[in-house]
Design a protein around this ligand. Structure first.
Ligand code: ATP
Ligand code: MG
Length: 566
């Protein structure tokens, strides 16, 4: 056995400390974790945190992480979700190798263990309805009341349980319950339900079963079957831990996993709940599960967030014991950090204004060498065609510039990035007085963007050649909600939906090289932000998503001491 490498101190959190201590003490030879999604929707950024934690720990300590579908509720689970979940985890950069499992793989074993509990007098078939069971359960301050069937002989329960499996009873007619303690201080210990009748087709087991184990009965036992050492889950399962341990203690399981709870990820301006996200999709409030405004992994990918940025964010938020809300700006900061290093620079004009370089010959064009990243010479250059007619950003011109506006204005000279200096000679307007064209001249000696006499314009603009540029639609995104805490105080998040979360800008132009940029590759439109092609893009009808603007608001919030106090 190789000695596990302890994590670097900056990566240490209480879970990693527990794992490191267990390995050091020889309690386990290898760490084995698992990520257990229920395939009833797409994964979101909260799941990404759990994925990074489980797979990350396995990687760092030389162990392994299983992917296990928690497919115990056939009513809500679908194959397409299973496929999407696998694709998302792979895209995030993690690999479960041969360790792909399903709770449904263990249905036969779980059934045998249920029979074992009945034989031991530790479980019984209850004929009460779900409502009656609830009414008997008591409250936090009052003990529960026993079901009249609690003392039913084991033989009778065994018979009924077999007949439940054989399909003799309708949904809801009976359940199997653990026989623990109806007066227990923890309501989860008051004879929890272990099996319910559900005459439903299961995506994997078909109609082999009409009784299904509950999460509580399936989860810990699946962990034990797989030899999971550290079963990491979010805080809402803390109250389930005594039951988790009770089942492990009372069943002949092959290993003893332990459950540890960490705080789930919450994000400002975001709702992380599959049930709610499904509502948004079903109500047509978004373009689908992967609408770039959604917090799902597939949406973040479509929007152009690199997997590395999401992993960096997971590291940045860390692993806490107590619930908290992270700023969505922190996620954006992590993504920007990666894109700033990796995204090639390109030219795109979102609100085009025509420039005619009057002294540049008609029909002539030149290929300009433009750096792919002005801050990183190693990124090389690309060739961008230049011509007599150009598009610049409408906002880069003002007819009557105020004192601090240094960009183009009548009579003023500016630099076109990596091309020429141009001077505005004349402003052409339409009948309504709107500026439609600028007539300019250029200085041929400034080719490439520098003047031999050393003069330096105060502004450098991006541009696209009108003869070569490709038309594009650009979709700009804002938060899906107007409130930083859309689900707070029991409010319906639908009331806080931001009507301006998506703005479609038509009539944009981008440099010709962007016509064949593959979806999922994010570039920086110089001076504007990060953009990537949307899968809706087609030849001649390009569509780009704005991944993020350039300004890092989180860095600013931090500088002002506001970060972390959402
Ligand atoms: P949701 O509430 O969004 O439907 P869930 O917890 O029901 O999510 P599961 O598929 O059961 O979804 O979750 C799989 C794993 O992901 C669980 O271990 C769960 O603890 C973890 N997880 C889910 N949401 C978050 C979150 N916001 N932060 C961290 N971990 C999460
Ligand atoms: Mg769940």
């Amino acid at each position: 056995m190789s000695t596990p490498i302890p994590p670097a101190p900056e990566r240490a959190d209480f879970i990693r400390e527990i794992v490191a201590a267990d390995l050091r003490a020889g309690r386990h030879e290898t760490v084995v974790t698992r990520f257990p999604p229920e395939p009833n929707g797409y994964l979101h950024i909260g799941h990404a945190k759990s994925i990074c934690l489980n797979f990350g720990i396995a990687e760092e300590f030389g162990g392994r992480c299983h992917l296990r579908f928690d497919d115990t509720n056939p009513m809500k689970e679908e194959q397409r979700y299973i496929d999407a979940i696998e694709a998302d985890i792979r895209w995030l950069g993690f690999d479960w190798g041969e360790h792909l499992y399903h709770a449904s793989d263990y249905f036969e074993q779980l059934y045998e263990w249920a029979v074992h509990l009945i034989r031991e007098g530790k479980a019984y078939v209850d004929d009460l309805s779900a409502d009656e069971i609830r009414a008997h359960r008591g409250t936090l301050t009052e003990p529960g009341r026993p079901s009249p069937w609690r003392e039913r002989p084991a033989e009778e329960s065994l018979d009924l349980f077999a007949r439940m499996r054989a399909g003799e009873f309708p949904d809801g007619a009976r359940v199997l319950r653990a026989r623990i303690d109806m007066a227990h201080g923890n309501v989860h210990m008051r004879d929890p339900v272990l099996y319910r009748i559900l005459h439903a087709e299961h995506p994997r087991t078909g109609d082999a079963w009409c009784i299904y184990p509950t999460y509580d009965f399936a989860h810990g036992q699946s962990d034990a079957i797989e030899g999971i050492t550290h079963s990491l889950c979010s805080l809402e399962f803390k109250d389930h831990r005594p039951l988790y341990d009770w089942l492990i203690d009372n069943l002949p399981v092959p290993s003893r996993p332990r459950q540890y709870e960490f705080a789930r990820l919450n994000l400002t301006y975001t709702v992380l709940s599959k049930r709610f996200l499904l509502r948004l999709v079903n109500d047509g409030r978004v373009r689908g599960w992967d609408d770039p405004r959604m917090p799902t992994i597939s949406a973040l990918r479509r929007r152009g967030f690199p997997a590395e940025g999401i992993r960096e964010f997971a590291t940045l938020v860390g692993v806490a014991r107590a619930d908290n809300v992270a700023e969505v700006e922190m996620l954006e900061h992590a993504v920007r950090d990666v894109l700033n290093r990796t995204a090639p620079r390109r030219f795109g004009v979102l609100d085009p204004l025509k420039v005619v370089v009057e002294d540049y010959p008609e029909g002539k064009s030149e290929e300009m060498d433009v750096p792919n990243n002005p801050e990183d010479p190693a990124a090389g250059t690309r060739r961008v065609p230049f011509g007599r007619e150009l598009w610049i950003e409408r906002g880069d011109f003002m007819e009557e510039p105020p004192r601090k506006f240094f960009r183009l204005a009548p009579g003023r000279e500016v630099r076109l990035r990596s091309a020429y200096f141009i001077t505005c000679r004349e402003v052409v307007k339409d009948a309504d007085g709107r500026v439609v064209e600028l007539r300019c001249t250029h200085d041929p000696a400034t080719r490439g963007g520098d003047a031999p006499d050393g003069r330096r314009p105060k502004a450098t603009l991006h541009w696209v050649s009108a003869a070569h540029g490709a038309p594009a639609e650009v979709r700009l995104y804002d938060h899906l909600f107007t409130s930083p805490h859309p689900a707070a105080d029991g409010r319906d998040p639908f009331d806080d939906l931001n009507p301006e979360s998506e703005t479609v800008v038509r009539g944009c132009v981008v440099e010709p090289s962007l016509a064949d940029l593959p979806a999922g590759e994010t570039v920086q439109f110089e001076r504007l932000g990060y953009f990537c092609p949307d899968p809706d893009s087609a030849p001649g009808a390009l569509v780009f998503n704005r991944t993020l603007g350039l300004r890092d608001t989180w860095a600013k919030m931090q500088a002002q001491g506001r970060a972390g106090k959402a």
